[in-house]
Write a protein that binds this ligand. Structure first.
Ligand SMILES: Nc1ncnc2c1ncn2[C@@H]1O[C@H](COP(=O)(O)OP(=O)(O)OP(=O)(O)O)[C@@H](O)[C@H]1O
Ligand SMILES: [Mg+2]
Length: 459
């Protein structure tokens, strides 16, 4: 092997009581640009592991003072992600098994072959490198989807998230629009064993009935007009991870039956396919609707309800946990300032009573939008109470001005403009969600926007 092949220039601790072995290894590794540290016995090895930055340990099992297996065990306790490669003359299966159980990455027998040992070292270091990258990405994701608010009601929610993260049970998340249902689903996933596998959200209300089956289960090329290639579907995309079925209450009855079947069989049939695909997917559902009522109305299958409702997490509306309003608002304000690269802004203390008494029909999402609006229009670094009042009054529809009686048509337009603007803001400027929230067809809403001169992008 070529020294240039060495991808890593890291520090390796060589532990062996045999001076020749240490010197040989040292020479090979130094030639391949690794930094080497040597230890002659177990005690010295443990001291170095504890006190020096080491990236990998080559460890002989038979050592004076503290034996190799003990060094491995204690070393792993101190540095759990430090890789150990065992080198031993007594290459018995028994020793290998014990060392692997105690957390050794690999095992090489004496006499040592340079290429073989270099390859093992590279594998171990690369694996640790990937592991670190994964841990870092995971940490970033956890920060990105951080949940704020420490009210007693939310602490109950966090306790349930913890419990749900430890098992594979299905979870049903309920709560009004904008209360954080998707965030909770992500938190469960990111804290579960599935965290390094995909989290795949699917909004059941946003997909037309005709397409939902293929969207979920995938389809085979040519199975229907438009199926120009194989499509794996959300279940496959979420394999080993978590599938988040949002607005499950809007799924039609026929699809509910198919979903139930897939859950029972842990297998799916792609549309037009003949072979079932095994799946390993954790399912989390959410809805802002009351499923028991839908069951009574014959619009939701009772058996599916019991299947998905193993752990239920209910998110209280923001108006029922007003102590969360301040930390949330401060969090969103900071986030916006960071995102825009503005100097830090703060709220004047007089804003809190105003924000606490508002009824927050759009919950946390609405709070976030309000904070963004005041942050954008605030002239200085302090956000004054009158500004907050102004913005809140603006999002609340004002059907008439007291000074002047307008023609009904004009007043109605004004009301509609404010009302739809408000609905759009509450729904994150999403057309479909807004249309649903106000009971209009999507195309009808588009027409209205045009008519009223509202551009959602400029809100
Ligand atoms: N506890 C919280 N901490 C920080 N941000 C939050 C919290 N709860 C909600 N949010 C934010 O509020 C917005 C709405 O949250 P989310 O989309 O999870 O709500 P939802 O209940 O799924 O809403 P909908 O029913 O409308 O789909 C998101 O931007 C989310 O990041
Ligand atoms: Mg949602």
């Amino acid at each position: 092997m070529n020294p240039q092949d060495s991808q890593f220039h890291e520090t390796i601790l060589i532990v062996d009581d045999d001076t020749h072995v240490r010197e040989d290894l040292h020479e090979i590794l130094a030639y391949h640009k690794y930094t080497c540290v040597e230890a002659r016995d177990g005690k010295e090895a443990l001291q170095i592991i504890t006190n020096q930055p080491i990236d990998l340990v080559l460890l002989d099992l038979k050592l004076p003072r503290i034996d190799g297996l003990e060094v491995l065990k204690q070393g792993k306790q101190k540095k759990p992600d430090l890789p150990f490669i065992i080198i031993s003359g007594q290459g018995t299966i028994q020793a290998a098994v014990e060392a692997t159980k105690a957390g050794a990455f690999d095992f090489v027998e004496k006499p040592l072959d340079a290429d073989r040992i270099l390859l093992r070292i590279r594998n171990a270091l690369e694996k640790r490198h990937l592991q670190r990258e994964r841990d870092q990405l995971l940490q970033e994701a956890r920060n990105r989807y951080r949940m704020v608010g420490n009210s007693a009601r939310m602490q109950e929610v966090y306790a349930l998230i913890d419990r749900a993260a430890r098992v594979n049970s299905k979870v049903l998340i309920t709560g009004e629009s904008g209360t954080g249902k998707e965030l909770v689903a992500r938190a469960i996933h990111l804290n579960s064993k599935r965290a390094t596998h995909p989290f795949v959200p699917m909004n059941c209300s946003a997909i037309p009935d005709a397409l939902i089956e293929s969207e979920l289960f995938g389809h085979v090329k040519g199975s229907f007009t438009g199926a120009v290639s194989n499509y794996p579907g959300k279940f496959m995309a979420a394999n080993k991870g978590t599938l988040f079925l949002d607005e499950i209450g809007d799924m039609n009855m026929a699809m509910q039956a198919k979903l139930l079947r897939a859950m029972d069989d842990q297998a799916i049939f792609p549309v037009g396919g003949t072979e079932p695909h095994d799946i390993d997917v954790r399912i989390i559902c959410a809805t802002h609707k009351d499923l028991p009522t839908l069951i009574e109305e014959g619009r939701f299958r009772e058996d599916l309800y019991y299947r998905i409702n193993v752990i239920q997490i209910h998110l209280p509306p923001l108006r029922e946990r007003t102590e969360d309003i301040q930390p949330l608002a401060e969090f969103f304000l900071q986030e916006i300032c960071n995102r825009e690269g503005w100097p830090e802004k703060t709220f004047s203390p007089a804003v809190w009573p105003i924000l606490r008494t508002y009824h927050w029909p759009g919950n946390v999402r609405e709070l976030r939008n309000i904070v963004e609006r005041v942050a954008v229009i605030a002239p200085g670094t302090q956000i004054e109470a009158h500004l907050v009042t102004e913005v809140l009054e603006n999002v609340r529809p004002t059907p008439f001005e007291p000074e002047r009686i307008k023609p009904l048509r004009e007043a109605r337009q004004e009301f509609e403009r404010e009302y739809i603007r408000h609905a759009l803001i509450v729904n994150n400027k999403k057309i479909l969600a807004t249309a649903r929230a106000i009971g209009l067809q999507r195309s009808h809403l588009w027409k209205k926007l045009k008519q009223l001169g509202i551009n959602p992008k400029n809100l």
